[in-house]
Design a binder for this molecule. Structure first.
Ligand SMILES: CC(C)(COP(=O)(O)OP(=O)(O)OC[C@H]1O[C@@H](n2cnc3c(N)ncnc32)[C@H](O)[C@@H]1OP(=O)(O)O)[C@@H](O)C(=O)NCCC(=O)NCCS
Length: 176
């Protein structure tokens, strides 16, 4: 499996990975335009020529990024693909100088295994103002906020020491 940036023609495949969750009101939709505009902030997992998972990073400022739109094709779940996508996204965030990576999710265990710790979304006013206030699910949000703190000036080696993050397991080929 490789993890790489998606190509523009893969946008609909990406949307298809979480279309059922969007229809069920469990995930927010991402329009083709939104995805295309920030294609470099998305990663996909490719296996045997097929896209089996995706994740995106949303940058709030120089120091905070959110892992968003994590999804794995339904017949491929439970094999560690989601965890590897999160690991790769964290490395991307770190390379961009981010200090804290936020996630709002129902799959808290997956993130906790990677070193994320539970927090209150209210501690992230950037997130609340931009996304939660206009969110249609804001009055029935059952997502858990988790954060991973990255040490300033961390090298890739240092990140290896963070609980759960093991860079060696992911082959990241980044090409737009
Ligand atoms: C969440 C998701 C990306 C995980 O991908 P994956 O490849 O199955 O992830 P991994 O194999 O690395 O880890 C699976 C773990 O996530 C947990 N998990 C997956 N979905 C979950 C959910 N909705 N609620 C709680 N835990 C969940 C599984 O129980 C499993 O935990 P376990 O190992 O303790 O049994 C995948 O299940 C998915 O695409 N779900 C639909 C989209 C979605 O809900 N995305 C939001 C996540 S932020």
């Amino acid at each position: 499996m490789i993890i790489r940036h998606p190509y523009p023609h893969e946008v609909e495949t990406i949307r298809g990975l979480f279309a059922a969750e969007v229809a069920a009101g469990l995930m927010l939709p991402r329009s083709p335009e939104q995805i295309l505009r920030h294609l470099g902030d998305w990663l996909v997992a490719e296996e045997e020529g097929q896209i089996v998972g995706c994740v995106s990073l949303v940058f709030f400022n120089g120091t905070l990024a959110e892992v968003r739109s994590l999804a794995v094709r339904s017949d491929q779940r439970g094999r560690g693909i989601g965890s590897r996508l999160v690991e790769a996204a964290v490395r991307q965030a770190q390379e961009r100088g981010v200090r804290r990576v936020l996630a709002l999710t129902r799959a808290a265990g997956l993130f906790e295994r990677l070193g994320f710790v539970r927090d209150a979304v209210g501690n992230f006013p950037e997130k609340v103002w931009r996304d939660c206030a206009p969110c249609p699910f804001r009055h029935r949000c059952d997502e858990i906020a988790l954060v991973l703190e990255l040490m300033p000036g961390e090298t890739d080696h240092d990140l290896l020491c963070a609980p759960g993050i093991s860079t060696g397991r992911v082959s990241v080929r980044l090409e737009a």
